[in-house]
Every structure is written in C-alpha cells, then in structure tokens.
Design a protein around this ligand. Structure first.
Ligand code: NAP
Length: 281
C-alpha cells in the first residue's frame, strides 16, 4: 500500500486564504491584527524563522513588527519590551523567538507575555487552558498537526494515538489535543523501553523527537496515520523528518512529508492564533 500524502503546503494555503479573508473583515471594523516578533541575538536558524513568520503575516494582511535586539540585551530590558508590547493596542500577539541567550530565563520571559497575547501558546496559562479544556491559545505545531488530521476527516474517537516525544511545546500538548478528541493516547520518550511495541499498536503516530529514522516501516501498523514533526538534516544536508519516509509510506495509510508537512502548518497556526487574538479583542 502506498500512503496518501497530507500536504502541509496545500492545507496552509487554504487556511491562509481564510485568515486573509477574516483579517480583511476585521479591517473593515478598524482592527488590523498585529503580531510582534521579538528576536534576541543572531542565531541563523532563528533569523530564518522570524523572517518567514513576518512575511507570512504580510501575505495574510496582518500587521507585524520584527524587533531585533543584540545578543547582550539584558533580561530586564527584554522584560520591559514585553511589557510595552503587552500594553500596545496595535499588537494582538507576541512571539519571543526561542532559544534565548543563556543569560536570559526563557520561561520568565514567556510568563511575562499577557496570556491574551500568547499566540505561541507557551505560557502556563495557555498550557493550563489546554489541560482543562478552557479557552486559550494552542501551541502552533501540535495545533497544526490536529488541523492535518481534520483535513482528512479523521475521527480520533476510540483510536489509539502514540506520540513520540514529551516536550512542552510539541509532545505534551499534542497528547492533550488528541485526548480532547477522544483518542486513547500513549506518550513515548527516551526512557520508553520498547518503542516499536507501542507504535505497532497505533492508529495514529506523531513523531516529535528530532532524530532521523526514529520511526521505520517495521514499526508501523498497515494503514496508520503518520505525522512527522521532526526537523533534521540528512547526510546530504537536506531537511528531513524523524520518519523513514521512503519505507513508512509503503505501510501507512496517510503520511506527512518533510519538508512541506508540519513546518508550514506551524506558521499558519501562528497566523490563525494572532487573528483569533485580534477577534477576541
Ligand atoms: P525536544 O524538546 O528535544 O524533545 C524531544 C523528545 O524526544 C523528548 O521528549 C525526548 O525524550 C524524546 N526522545 C529522544 N530520543 C528518543 C528516542 N530514541 N525514542 C523516543 N523518544 C525520544 O524537541 P521538540 O522541541 O519537541 O522538537 C522535536 C522535533 O520537532 C525537533 O526535530 C524539532 O526541530 C521539531 N520541531 C518542528 C517544528 C515544525 O514546525 N515542524 C516545530 C517544533 C519542533 P526525553 O523527554 O526523555 O528526553
């Protein structure tokens, strides 16, 4: 069997068109959804990420500001900037690009963002809202994965979902979202003794590890849905995921590619969250 591809670029395009339409409707009421992206230091990967986020905002008719600060910006100065953005009525969403330089306590900075503007969904208030099923912002990457499942009309009720990885930004929120949709969820991590025994039982597998070939064809039940969050480089330096795509696509029912899968969806959900923040007012 050859799996059907869940195309993150195509789905993103569709969702971004909807965002642009909703943003246009807001503008007629005098509100332009605004995102502030704060970058500290010169991390090359971060620079690419923030550029892409700002460009996606512009394309979607959202207002965005990119604040670039030197790597030696003090924690106090960064907290002051976050506070100023919290109080800026033109800004509905605030994103502080991670990682931050070592002298800055990233969690402290995230907690300084007003929860109503926490469009990355990393604040404890957002995590608590997801945990309790109340209104808040969902972290963009797992939210994007949920949209991908929704796009194929997949009903998670009664299904077994296995999430590989338990980070606060991907694995744990992913598991909670799947649980909220009535899947039975197993979370695996580096201390899981027999990963294959777990994944072979799964109807849905989300791989969020950051290591190539964590999931191979022999670990996948025929017909399973496989979502690859990982971003790694192969021997030729090309972007690849955690999943052995060539092998797994012969076994899975659906699969997301890397690149062109979860990556574009992450930025798209950032736009969706920013728009929602502006709509909530
Ligand atoms: P992370 O914080 O490093 O977490 C990785 C998780 O994988 C940890 O929970 C770790 O377990 C687990 N793990 C490590 N080795 C394992 C193994 N052999 N078997 C099972 N589990 C294992 O990473 P992250 O921030 O969640 O990101 C994961 C990947 O997704 C990375 O490649 C990252 O670049 C990518 N990512 C992509 C996007 C996107 O937009 N496409 C967004 C975010 C992240 P322990 O907890 O026991 O250490």
């Amino acid at each position: 069997m050859t799996a059907q591809l869940i195309d993150g670029n195509a789905l993103s395009k569709q969702l971004r068109t909807e965002v642009a339409q909703r943003a246009a409707a807001l503008r007629t009421r005098g509100i332009t959804p605004g995102l502030a992206v704060v970058l500290v230091g010169e991390n090359p990967a971060s620079q690419v990420y923030v550029r892409n986020k700002v460009k996606a905002c512009e394309d979607g008719g959202l207002y965005s500001v990119l604040e670039k600060h030197p790597a030696d910006l003090s924690e106090a100065a960064l907290l002051a900037r976050v506070e100023a953005l919290n109080n800026d009525p033109a800004i509905h969403g605030i994103l502080v690009q991670l990682p931050l330089p070592a002298h800055i306590d990233a969690q402290k900075v995230i907690e300084a963002i007003a929860p109503a503007k926490d469009v990355d969904g990393f604040h404890v208030a957002s995590a608590g809202a997801l945990m309790t099923g109340s209104s808040g912002f969902w972290p963009c990457t797992p939210y994007g994965c949920m949209k991908m499942l929704e796009s194929i009309g997949y009903d998670l009720r009664g299904k077994h979902a296995v999430v590989i990885g338990r980070s606060n930004i991907v694995g744990k929120p992913m598991a909670l979202m799947l649980l909220q949709k009535n899947a039975t969820v197993t979370i695996c991590h580096s201390a899981t003794p027999d990963l294959k025994a777990m994944t072979l039982q799964a109807d849905v597998i989300v791989a969020a590890v950051g290591k190539r070939n964590v999931l191979t064809a022999d670990m996948v039940k025929p017909g399973a849905v496989v979502i690859d969050v990982g971003m790694n480089r192969n021997d030729e330096g090309k972007l690849c995921g955690d999943v052995d795509f060539a092998g797994v696509k012969e076994v899975a029912g659906y699969i997301t590619p890397v690149p062109g899968g979860v990556g574009p969806m992450t930025i798209t959900m950032l736009l969706v969250n920013t728009l929602e923040a502006a709509e909530r007012g």
